[in-house]
Each structure stands twice: as C-alpha cells, then as structure tokens.
Design a protein around this ligand. Structure first.
Ligand SMILES: [Zn+2]
Length: 333
C-alpha cells in the first residue's frame, strides 16, 4: 500500500512530492532526491484533527503530510496494533515468567515478608499496646470461657511460690510474667497473654504430679512471652487485615479486628515455628534447672491423653503434632 503526500526536509522550507509505503514494520519514503527507510517504531504520528492533514515526523526532523490522512492513519494504527500482538507472541514466555514472579513475590511477602516485618515492628510497638490487648483478651476469656478457680488457697500459694522461684531462675523477660488461676470446665490448659499474664487452669494444676511437670508447661508459656509471639502474631494479623482492607476497600470492622485480635489469635493458635521456639525455650531451661527434660516429656504425654478435644486453643491444639514435640524432647540433650 502506498500514499502520496508532501515531504519536508529538516531545517528547510522545501516541499517535495513524495510517496510513502508501509511494508511489514518498515516505513519507506520515496522522493525525487532519493529514498529513506525507518522502522515503524521510531516515527511519530500526529493525531489527525478535523480537516488538518496528519503529520508523520521522522527521527531527524523530516516530516511527511498526506492528502489521504484517514487511510494512512488506519494503516499505521493497524500496523502498530499488529506490532503489539507480534511482541506478545514473541515474548509470551517473558510475560508468563513475569506473572509467575509477581505471584511468587506475593506468596513470599505473606510467608516470609510478613513474619520478618512483624519481627521488625515489635520494638516499635509501645508497651501500652500489649498491655491493653492482654487486658482485653483476659476480660473476654473471663466473660465467655473461664470461671474463678476452685483450687484451695494453700495450693494457689504453693504453685505461686513455685512459679516465682522458676521465674527468678530465668533471664530477664520483655514482660513480667504474672500467674493467674482460672477454671475452664475440666480442661487442662495454660496460655500466655501479651501483657505477661500466664493463665493456668485448675485441671492442669491437678494433672501435674510434680512441680517440675507443671513448670515445664509454664516454661513453654513463658517461652511464648520471651519470644513475644503474641505480639508478633498480632502484628502479622493486623498487617494481613490491613492489606485485605486496602485491597478490598473494606475497612469496617478493622478496628474491631485489631481489638479482638488477641482473642482471635488464641483461638487460631500460634504458628508451628512459634510452638517449636517455645518448646525449645522450655526444654533448654528444664535441662538448666532440673538437669533434664523428662518431666516435660511426661507432662506432654499426660496432656495429650487428658485433652482429646480438638479445640484449637494452645494445649488443646494437636499442632504441630504432640508426638512430634515429644520426640523433639527425647532427641535433645
Ligand atoms: Zn504454645
């Protein structure tokens, strides 16, 4: 296809008759002074306005105006679209690879970026936040699940003394642990809240045959406090809900989620890594204080027998698999 028009050389008022042809992706211009060729990608085309002719500008400043603007504009537009399709055809592998990279990055952000980000943010959170959330969580648990302890005063005093002695033997913790006795039906359980509260249920106290056995479970809870797992998980959950709110534009309930986060996390349980870290902490201090972690292994076994319930709340949870955790105690010194 070819179009007739006028050629203007650069820096000159000359006007020459010319003929433009378009072959594949190459624009060829034929004038009485000779011919020129440019790839379609380097020329710029003015949008035809009303009756004004379309102007094609070449890299060195030469221009070409055509009397058949509309037909030329369509041809060039078609060729350019073809170029995009052609490019897509040639680069489908690169496009697919970029898509996979983006998907991979999103997965990485959630699997590695968020935990790392949560860890990094922990020191920036004012102490008031874990204190408030711990209190809120405790209130919610007291309202819905826990009831006052039925343990005798002397038992409470004895366990409290054992706990104080235990804590005195540990390195300084980011929050001061405080023991709280509660009854939760007849479930043997213990859980740590972000403000340092360690709730221990009557059934757990009764399940332990020795102070070492009870302390092994309390050490696991203190391990969660030492590693600030509650706060990290809370930040992680907040980042996820904020991200979801930003992506979906759904922000109602975000504040509720933040406040309810403490309770939400307890019911969701910690991550497997968090549990392993808390187990390792307990194991290490059992060995340091008692010479071995036998009481911890016994207590894990007693707990898994006592709580066949599948409710995912700390010691009722079977994740990461109580047997796997018992094996881990055996294999360590
Ligand atoms: Zn735990």
């Amino acid at each position: 296809m070819s179009w007739r028009g006028t050629y203007h050389p650069p820096h000159s008022a000359d006007k020459l008759d010319a003929e433009l042809t378009l072959v594949d992706q190459v624009v060829r211009l034929e004038t009485m002074h000779g011919h020129y060729e440019w790839p379609l990608s380097v020329i710029s085309v003015s949008v035809p306005l009303g009756n004004l002719p379309m102007v094609i500008t070449f890299p060195e400043g030469q221009t070409f105006t055509s009397d058949e603007s509309l037909s030329l504009a369509n041809a060039l537009g078609g060729a350019r679209k073809g170029r995009v399709v052609h490019w897509l055809e040639q680069h489908w592998l690169a496009i697919l690879a970029s898509l996979l990279v983006v998907v991979g990055l999103v997965i990485l952000l959630f699997s590695h970026g968020l935990p790392a980000l949560s860890r990094g943010l922990v020191p920036l959170v004012p102490d008031e936040v874990p204190r408030q959330i711990g209190q809120k969580t405790r209130d919610t648990l007291d309202e819905h699940m826990l009831s006052p302890t039925q343990l005798s005063q002397s038992t409470q005093v004895r366990v409290q003394q054992q706990f104080d002695t235990l804590v005195a033997q540990l390195p300084t913790l980011p929050v001061e642990p405080r023991l709280l006795f509660r009854q939760w039906e007849d479930t043997a359980n213990a859980l740590a809240l972000s403000d340092g509260t360690v709730i221990v249920t009557d059934s757990l106290v009764n399940l332990a045959e020795t102070p070492e056995q009870l302390n092994s479970i309390l050490l696991h809870e203190i391990g969660h406090l030492a590693h600030q797992h509650t706060l990290k998980s809370l930040i992680r959950a907040t980042l996820i809900s904020t991200t979801v709110a930003l992506l979906t534009g759904e922000s109602t309930g975000l504040a509720d989620n933040l406040l309810g986060g403490g309770v939400f996390l307890l019911t969701q349980g910690y991550s497997r890594d968090d549990e392993r870290e808390a187990d390792t902490y307990a194991n290490r201090h059992m060995v340091a204080i008692y010479g071995n972690a036998k009481a911890m292994k016994t207590m894990f076994e007693r707990l898994s027998k006592a709580n066949s319930d599948a409710t995912p709340l700390e010691w009722l949870s079977t994740h990461p698999g109580i047997q796997e955790r018992i094996d881990a105690i055996e294999s360590s010194p």
